[in-house]
Design a protein around this ligand. Sequence first.
Ligand code: ATP
Length: 434
Amino acid sequence: MLGRQYQVASTRLHHSRHSLKDTSEVGPEDEEAYPLPRLSPLQKLTTDLCKDDKTIKDLVVGRRVGFYKVRGEIGFGTFSRVKLAFHALTKDKVALKILDRTRLDSHAQRLLSREISSMECLRHPNVVCLYEVVETPSRLFLVLEYAGGGDLHNRICTETKLSDVTCKITFAQILSAVKYMHNHNIIHRDLKAENVLLTSTGCVKVADFGFSTQISERSDALDTFCGSPQYAAPELFREECYLGPPVDVWAMGVVLFFMVTGTMPFRADTIGKLRRCVIECAYTVPPWVPGPCQRLIKGILKAAPDERYALDQMMGCNWLLPVEFPWSLVHPEPSSAQQSLLHLERGSMEEEVEEEVRATLEELGFSAEHLPDSQTKHSRSPVTGVYRILLHRAQKRRGCDCPPVVRGMVSDPKREGLSAYRGIKHTSKLCVLS
Ligand code: ATP
């Protein structure tokens, strides 16, 4: 059946000029008179997917999924296993989140379709990118951008607590991601250190949109208790209707507290006691936490949602003052002459990126007729997968995945505890001497 599935794909993907039928039906005696046209990588792959015994076997046993070669396991969740995989054409690493459809009840299916639709709306360097969705009768595969640096929870547990500069860099990226989500009316509802993934260069990737929801107005009231109790805002424990943005803000406050102190602000051995602690907003910031950071934590962890800092206030706080937020992520519209110029620059960069992606797609054997489909939001297409992977790769080459710069910090990895980002290649980029 899988063979038939890829036969359909191959018929669609092959150029009519170099069709599979044309090449496979040429006999040996014809080859001298009519030399075989060289197969493009795409033609070779689609041919293998329906004719090569080893490739078909790999598909059957799960060593291949669509255009991806599957490798070892890198994580698991309540309903999923996550494996490392490689795109057979582009060779890029991806994370493959595998869900057994037979185990998903209607509630889990609803969460999954929300996860997919939220991720489809979001393209931000600090949000895990969804490249493609592959479906088989029994399984569903989310092909995700791979974040190879583990998650923030593990990082904090390993390092006990992170240095001030590392906390600034990490928190600024989480803030940038959440600001972008809220600008797109998406509320995450499960922000926690475990869902903040890191790349080997210290770039933050917010993941796991299973509890996310799309609101039409900032004032839309929500009523489902979501997320992890330790990160849940008081209004969630009070079982009231709640507004989405302040709930994400509260969870960010808990993440920030955990990052700078290495402990959780609200701890209790039963849910009942935890509930009381959170509702009473009973926490103490250790006195050694820098004053500006203490003020930020206290501005966020306020029991009344309408008194809690808004994201813009957080961005403008003293503690984050030395952080240069990636400009394009913070201001969706240019608000000054300088930003208009940056907007123009960005426009020409986007054209350049688009051009590069088209050229690579052509080299791989995709024709122009494949492309309009790839640029839509249809994640269930192998062409979309290749397109998004190449687009992301081109953007990364232009620095879109670099952590933000912190001004006025002396680059001294030992003193600043930058060992947290051991894999970092451009340490100097993190610190600009003023
Ligand atoms: P949960 O039950 O906690 O909600 P889940 O089923 O939604 O989990 P995820 O949290 O998305 O699954 O993934 C499980 C684990 O897989 C993560 O903790 C992480 O270690 C790993 N993982 C997920 N996505 C990626 C990724 N894009 N890159 C690298 N590792 C990942």
